[in-house]
Design a binder for this molecule. Sequence first.
Ligand code: SAH
Ligand code: SF4
Length: 397
Amino acid sequence: MTTLTERASPPARATARPSLVGLDRVRLGRALAEIGVPERQVNMRVAQLWHWIYLRGATDFGAMTSLSQDLRFALDRAYTLPRPEIVDEQVSDDGTRKWLLRFPAGGAGRPVEVETVYIPEEGRGTLCLSSQVGCTLSCTFCHTGTQTLARNLTAGEIVAQILLARDRLDDHPGRSAPANGATSRTGRLITNVVMMGMGEPLYNFDNVKDALLIATDGGGIGLSKRRITLSTSGVVPMIPRAGAEIGVMLAVSLHAARDDLRNELVPLNRKYPIADLLAACRTYPGVSNARRITFEYVMLKDVNDGIDDARQLVRLLAGIPAKINLIPFNPWPGAPYECSDWDQIERFADVVNRAGYASPIRTPRGRDILAACGQLKSASERLRIRERLALEAMIAR
Ligand code: SAH
Ligand code: SF4
């Protein structure tokens, strides 16, 4: 593991100038009209700015050579294109990178910190974004769940995580040739995005929606909706809207096949029990065998990893186009669980496979830098040395 603490990106200054990052095209047009861009030019200027901000990753209006000098000055006087401050950047032995990012208070309260993780794999690279600072839910196996919610991230802050990762990986399509070592078809390092960092994305619906529509806009970041996955712990009333209004792939954190056990692991289940959750999955807009729902299942030793649990799980999912993702539990200090033994995970996976489901066992990535699923937490609550040593001993076991 290496730690590079640095401030390579322009730090987000406390400034009265609003940021343009995260505005949709209509709001961007309004921002241009406000500084005097004539009505008939607005659409063209929006397209130009969009290209600079999202395809080329510009952080400086002065670099926007397709705009007149007057307009560049006017933009610079009125607006900014900030990046969050990088408080810490860690690179795992397996190439996973984790950034601890600080966003200014923006309105009220203190600045907040979130984590963003990049996971390189053969032929693709996945960026895991946070949607909230902390989480209002408290799933008993999740580290983030032990941190109370500080606030929702804005659309700009969610999009800024993508732009910052592209800065650090030199992966802006309009700025750099395909990176060395990029093995994806597109030649880019970041090929996929998952909303699986800190927070429950469906409890910050409007901002997540705005951010993901920007991420999928073909004139800019341009990710396909099939390459973005939104993971929810089961906020049932928002699931149809996620499908209809955002249209990305859905992942559901199921983790148990019985209500009594799921009530314990994912307390939100008391409000939205399994039957309601699965009903929302069956009718998820666009669901088909080509666009399956991923069911995430964390493997907790002697809690939910029995063969009977596996059988119940496949019975439950009958008829839903599904993939089952088995996630070895990632430990954190004070966690009340252990990860299932490897041969038990394989036995569980066998039952699921024999029922006709693909059930990849997710290889834990970035565990040495606490970047794996459910290990994220803000630095304001970072581990004390004693906790870290305890964790390292746990991982080494
Ligand atoms: N709040 C959303 C998305 C963030 S969590 C949700 O719960 O789906 C992303 C995934 O990591 C979820 O499936 C979550 O259940 C899982 N997870 C949380 N803590 C974990 C841990 N300690 N080990 C393995 N997976 C974990
Ligand atoms: Fe929140 Fe998801 Fe963690 Fe549950 S698993 S506490 S919903 S971040």
